[in-house]
Design a protein around this ligand. Structure first.
Ligand code: ATR
Length: 269
């Protein structure tokens, strides 16, 4: 019998997840279906309950339901617990397991696909919202020297405190970055959505640096800035999208898909 999965979001029509999971399923010979489900903003818990009753085995969660999914889970991974956000639910008879694969996806894309080993590097993560919380633990686990900068300094400080048990995070406001350089700068802000550029100082990139934007689909002002400033590698977040999906697929199916052909297919015009 075909096992059913879905991605839940609002909006959801433009989600690439059904296409990604269809490619994973075909490649690994797994007999699954995977559809996109639009949930009303105030009806997320009911949507999850309906899917469970209908025998779905799990789902991916996207904006704006990652916190709702955190609340819906009866068991959480360490990463989901720390992030207070869940992007993957797995249903068993008695449990709703919640995980957050965004950070693992980010680290795999950077290290495996872009060939940029992170251990020991000075990493600057921009933003202190949900996207940042989801990626902190996998970055710390990768052995980076982690720095977080946010427009509202207070939120960066709260984030630093939230992770003290797991590692040291240096926090900054943008003016505090003057004169500093980093080996890797990651944009986890929502600035690209509105075509804005976080107020980064010039000369922030160390020689050979990677500039990574978690957004995909268009060149953001941050990516343009990074090219102008001579970052050695500039990447959008399409690879992260595929890698986080691959980790979810592994959680559900116990099989690791090959992500390279899927990323290549999505990059085709
Ligand atoms: P998400 O869950 O996607 O991270 P969020 O919780 O709304 O969304 O957080 C958005 C983040 O992007 C915040 O860190 C925000 O900074 P503030 O906390 O100072 O508001 C950041 N952000 C949004 N637009 C930005 C801009 N133009 N420049 C710098 N940071 C920006």
């Amino acid at each position: 019998m075909t096992d059913k999965y879905a991605v839940i979001g609002n909006p959801i029509a433009h989600s690439k997840s059904p296409q990604i999971h269809a490619m994973f399923a075909q490649q690994t010979g797994q007999d699954i279906s995977y559809e996109a489900i639009l949930s009303p903003p105030d009806g997320f818990a009911a949507t999850v309950e309906r899917l469970r009753k209908e025998g779905y085995k799990g789902c991916s969660i996207t904006v704006p339901f990652k916190f709702g999914a955190f609340l819906a889970a009866t068991r959480l991974s360490e990463c989901a617990q720390a992030a207070k956000a869940v992007n993957t639910l797995k249903f068993d008879d008695h449990t709703v397991f919640g995980d957050n694969t965004d950070g693992v996806g980010l680290v795999r894309d950077i290290e495996n696909n872009l060939g940029f080993p992170l251990k020991g590097l000075r990493v600057l993560l921009m933003g202190a919202g949900g996207a940042t919380y989801g990626t902190v633990l996998p970055l710390l686990d990768a052995g980076v020297e982690l720095n977080v900068v946010n427009r509202t300094l207070d939120k960066a400080q709260q984030l630093g405190k939230a992770f003290t048990a797991r590692g040291r995070i240096a926090v900054f406001g943008y003016t505090g970055l003057d004169g500093k350089t980093f080996d890797c700068v990651i944009n986890a802000t929502s600035s690209g959505l509105s075509g804005e550029m976080p107020p980064l100082p010039r000369d922030i990139f160390a020689p050979g640096a990677l500039a990574y934007d978690m957004m995909y689909g268009r060149e953001t002002p941050f990516m343009k800035f990074a090219r102008e400033q001579g970052a050695a590698i500039v990447s959008d977040g399409l690879g992260m999208l595929v890698e986080q999906a691959a980790e979810s697929f592994y959680i559900w199916r116990g099989v690791r898909p090959d992500t390279a052909p899927v990323i290549a297919a999505l990059r085709l015009p």
